[in-house]
Design a protein around this ligand. Sequence first.
Ligand SMILES: [Fe+2]
Ligand SMILES: [Fe+2]
Length: 133
Amino acid sequence: MNPGSDPNDVDAEHHIQLGLTQALCDAASAGADEALTQEILDQLVAYSDMHFLSEQLLMRLSGYPDYGSHVLEHDDLMERLATIQQQHGGGKPTFTLPEAQAILELLVGHIRTQDRRFTDYYRDWARRSAAVG
Ligand SMILES: [Fe+2]
Ligand SMILES: [Fe+2]
């Protein structure tokens, strides 16, 4: 996603992010082998990192007033994912469904509150900018 791009792109990214998290839940519940679970987890971490940074870029670009509290939640989510990455893989205990569900819950909560607030703000901002420019 590029700065100034369609705010719907943010929603499309949420779809992918949630899809990866759902895949993690499915893998955990099906007792998928560790390599596969680890691979999905790695993808979710890489994708979330990219998505959060691009969201933060748009927040700065548009002068979003709640930048600080929003970024705190991004950092918190990334820390949770990093902890899980460290706790599993390489012969450590297998990733469990409750762990995957906790991540899904956090992410859904974030998207419904902080992200919703930001995308509403950003849509308005983009509209106003277009009207002026
Ligand atoms: Fe987001
Ligand atoms: Fe966000």
